[in-house]
Design a protein around this ligand. Structure first.
Ligand code: ASP
Length: 350
């Protein structure tokens, strides 16, 4: 083969390669790739999500919000922001959407109120902050974050948490801000049924898609630090005063630089009984399990023995993401330093 031909062949390969990689990039991939690895992964709740119950338009609407939350995370991580900052900002995007059961879209209690829980944890320092049963804080995750930075306590509830958030100059809203027509009717339907909270009857099954929707975020930042956060309105038609797993450190939320960062979703009582998030971290630390192996054991075996349903998103200290759930779907998405954004809803993605 002549030298001229070889150069021409190399040139053609180079051009084709370049145009192929341009073609494969998603439209969101306009940011400059960064040097150190990072990852942000999110969930928007797990449940009985069937393609038949979610129109293509609804699926697209959920994915658009997941995508914009990931965009916020990506752009902060590229410029070197900390995992804890990113978790808060990403969750605030999801809290401000009426589509998810957190912040603006929080479900109603049996009494017709909205009572929200949130937690955030820093895997580097093991500092954590949580708020529970709050009714007037626009972004509960911002209040949890303020608590994380305060070394006097880890968890505040109800009126005390609200007074603290106001002192911290966080946005306080009238409870009417959380009113959502669809959520209201969802609660009325559940309330009028004879099905009780712990009875997994057909009405509960049919309404899973609306009942769940908790949001969570896990991050590995460019400095090698992990963080996790979760925010929720809890279970629709719940008893007022009921607190789920989301704000309980070690149950619904946990981060530790030695192992992983985790945010859970599902029927909180079972996640509390099994201290799901910490159990996974402990299996990694004490037994040397991979994140995937530990998560599978807890969600597909231990949780199932309690008939518990739900899932989680997690990332390990190397940036490996894990989505594990035993329901038919979980709203989810992730992006790393490569800049390729992915979102999915059903067990057999998309
Ligand atoms: N885990 C939340 C709770 O029990 C609910 C959810 O994830 O949807 O409060």
């Amino acid at each position: 083969m002549g030298k001229g031909f070889q150069i021409a062949a190399l040139w053609i390969l180079a051009v084709c390669g370049a145009s192929f990689s341009l073609f494969a990039q998603s439209p969101a991939m306009k940011n400059t790739p960064s040097s150190a690895p990072f990852t942000v992964a999110i969930h928007g709740g797990a449940g009985n999500l069937q393609k038949l119950n979610l129109s293509p338009e609804q699926q697209a609407a959920y994915k658009a919000v997941l995508d914009s939350a990931l965009q916020v995370g990506y752009s902060l991580l590229v410029k070197g922001d900390s995992a804890v900052d990113v978790v808060q900002q990403v969750i605030m995007v999801l809290e401000n959407s009426p589509l998810f059961n957190a912040g603006k879209g929080a479900v109603f209690t049996h009494e017709g109120t909205n009572e929200m829980d949130a937690a955030i944890m820093d895997g580097k320092t093991l500092d954590a902050g949580a708020v529970a049963g709050v009714t007037t804080i626009k972004n509960p995750i911002a209040a949890a974050r303020a608590v994380l930075g305060d070394n006097r306590f880890v968890m505040l509830s109800g009126r005390g948490a609200e007074a603290y958030a106001a002192e911290q100059h966080l946005e306080i809203v009238d409870p009417a801000y959380f009113y959502d027509e669809k959520r209201w009717h969802q609660m009325l339907k559940l309330r009028d049924s004879t099905v009780t909270e712990l009875d997994h009857g057909s009405i509960e099954e049919a309404q899973d898609a609306a009942k769940y929707g908790t949001v969570g975020c896990v991050v590995l930042d460019q400095h090698g630090n992990l963080a996790a956060g979760t925010s929720t309105g809890g279970l629709a038609n719940k008893q007022f005063g009921r607190i789920g797993d989301s704000p309980i450190i070690g149950a619904g939320t946990y981060a530790n630089n030695k192992t992983c960062a985790i945010s859970c979703t599902g029927k909180g009582e079972d996640f509390i009984r099994l201290t799901v998030a910490h159990d996974i971290s402990a299996m990694m630390e004490y037994k040397g399990y991979s994140l995937q192996k530990a998560a599978r054991k807890v969600i597909q075996e231990k949780l199932k023995t309690l008939k518990g349903r739900g899932g989680l998103v997690a990332v390990d200290h190397k940036g490996k993401v894990c989505f594990e759930f035993n329901t038919t779907g979980m709203f989810r998405g992730w992006v790393n330093e490569s800049g390729v954004f992915e979102t999915a809803i059903f067990v057999d993605a998309p």
